[in-house]
Design a protein around this ligand. Structure first.
Ligand code: ZN
Length: 140
């Protein structure tokens, strides 16, 4: 597989979609994720309702992989509690380490599995997920 195939339709669809690219105005948890290797610089915001992630959004600049991955993650985590969200982060990271397993719970984000063949891109794909993990851990 080459890098062109990696930019599959699903990835480009998420990359172009602007629904999650906005700033949350009400009080929320926020953290900047920076990947100097690529130049990805994204700020993730999440709004909690108790233990539940009620809303999430991001802004900043990043390559198609980092932005698509962020958008896919936001689709997944809305309505989930902190523990479920951390489990998704763990699953996603296992998938990129090529660990065997069932990744159905990652839904669209499964298309990013191909990124595991491109070490330089793994950090792009993981950026938002690790940022989310930090936000959750710091909020506990
Ligand atoms: Zn990148």
């Amino acid at each position: 597989m080459d890098l062109n195939q990696l930019y599959s339709e699903v990835i480009m669809e998420h990359y172009r979609s602007s629904s999650h690219r906005r700033q949350l105005t009400s009080s929320c948890l926020s953290k900047r994720g920076h990947n100097p290797l690529c130049g990805d610089d994204l700020t993730l915001q999440i709004k909690m309702d108790g233990e539940i992630i009620e809303d999430a959004a991001f802004h900043g600049v990043g390559c198609a992989i980092s932005q698509a991955s962020t958008s896919m993650m936001i689709d997944l985590i809305k309505g989930k509690n902190k523990r479920e969200a951390l489990m998704l982060v763990e699953k996603f990271s296992q998938m990129l380490k090529k660990e065997a397993g069932n990744y159905d719970m990652l839904e669209d984000a499964q298309v990013l599995r191909g990124v595991s063949d491109f070490p330089a891109r793994i950090k792009c794909a993981l950026l938002a997920w690790y940022t989310l993990k930090q936000i959750i851990e710091e909020s506990n």
